[in-house]
Write a protein that binds this ligand. Sequence first.
Ligand SMILES: *Cc1c(COP(=O)(O)O)cnc(C)c1O
Length: 390
Amino acid sequence: MNKNPYAWIEASLETIHRANWYRSVQTVDSLPGATVLLSGQKVINFASNDYLGLAADERLQSAAIQAIQAFGTGSTGSRLLSGHRQLHRELEQAIASTKQTEDAVVFSSGYLANLGAITALVGKRDLIFSDQYNHSSLKNGAILSAATVMEYPHCDISALTAKLNQERQKYRRCLILTDSVFSMDGDLCPLPELLNLAAEFSCMLLIDEAHATGVMGKMGGGCVEHFGCTGSDLIQIGTLSKALGSLGGYVAGSHHLIDFLRNRAPSWIYTTALSPADTAAALAAMKIVQQEPERRQQLWANVDYLKQLVTENLPNLKILPTESPILCFQLPDAATALTVGQKLKEAGIFAPAIRPPTVPTSRIRITLMAIHEPAHIDKLVQTLCDIFYV
Ligand SMILES: *Cc1c(COP(=O)(O)O)cnc(C)c1O
C-alpha cells in the first residue's frame, strides 16, 4: 500500500475540467457598483446581489467606520460569551420591524442561519420536505439535522401534498424548506399554498428570503409581504449580504422561536458574533430599506425595461420563468454558456455562466440593480443581439 492517498484529488480535478465544470475566482478591483473593474477591465456589472446598490453607499461605510472606532474590528467572542453588543440588538429589532415579526436573531452568515435553524428544529425522528431547487445551505442544513429528507419537484404543490399524505404521520415533527426567490432561476415559491399545506398537515414552514429581503414587497419585507402573508406562523430566514450590502444572516419569527434558537442553534452559539462593522452597515441598510422605497421602485423599473427590450429584440432566447430581478437565459450546454459568458465579458458585460452542478441546465444569469442606468441595460441587450444574431 504505497499509493498516494491524495492522488485522487488531481484526477478528480481533471474530470471537473473535462466536463467544463471547473470554476475559479475573478478579481474585482473597485468599489461595488453598476460598473466595476474586473481584472483591470471596466465592465457593466450584472453579476451582483447588491440589488439596491447599498454595498458602496457612504452611509453604510461611515456607520461601519464609526462602529470599528467605537468597538474595534473583531467582536472577540460568541454572542453568549463576550461578543454581544447593543448594535446586534438594534439590528435584530430593525429586522423584526421590517418583517413584522415578534423578534429576530442575527447569525454570522445566511448559510449559518440556515444550518443553525434547521438543526435546532428537527432531528432523527423528524421529516423534512425540501424543494428540489433549494439553496445549498437548506440542503446541507437538512442533511446535518439527521432528519429524514425528501425532495419534492420544484414548486410542485400536488406532488408535495401526495407525499405529505403518504409520509407525514410516520414522523414526529415535519419541516418544509423553500427558497422564496429561487436564487439561480428567479421564480418564486407558491407561499400561500405552502402555508395552507403546512397548517393542514401540522408542519413547520421555513422560507429563505435571501434574494427577497429589501427587494420584494412594498416595504422590502420579502416574499412574505409580497404575497400578503405578513403575520403568518412561519420561520423567515435571510441574509444581510445581498440587498443589505453587508455580511451576515438572520432568522425572524415568534419570541419563542428566536429564544429557542439562542439556546439550541449550534452555528449561533459556537461561532464568533457578527463583527461591529458588518452589524452597523447592515443596520444602516435596514433603515434605508424602510425609508427609501424609491430604490425598490427604480429596481423594478429596470426589471420591466430589460424584460421589454428582451421581448422586442431577442424573441428567440429562452428566458427561465422569473418574477424577481434575476433573469436567466437558458443555453444548451456548459461549453456554450462559457463561450457566451466570455463574449459578454469581452464586450464589457459581466454576466456569469451558471453551470452544473450548481444548476441542472446551463445558463447566463443576469441580476439587475436599482443603480443600473438605461444605457447599461441597452448595452446588455445590444451585446446579446450581436452574439446571438450574427
Ligand atoms: C446567498 C444565499 C444564502 C447564503 O447567504 P450568505 O449570507 O451569503 O451566507 C442562503 N440562501 C440563499 C437562497 C442564498 O441565495
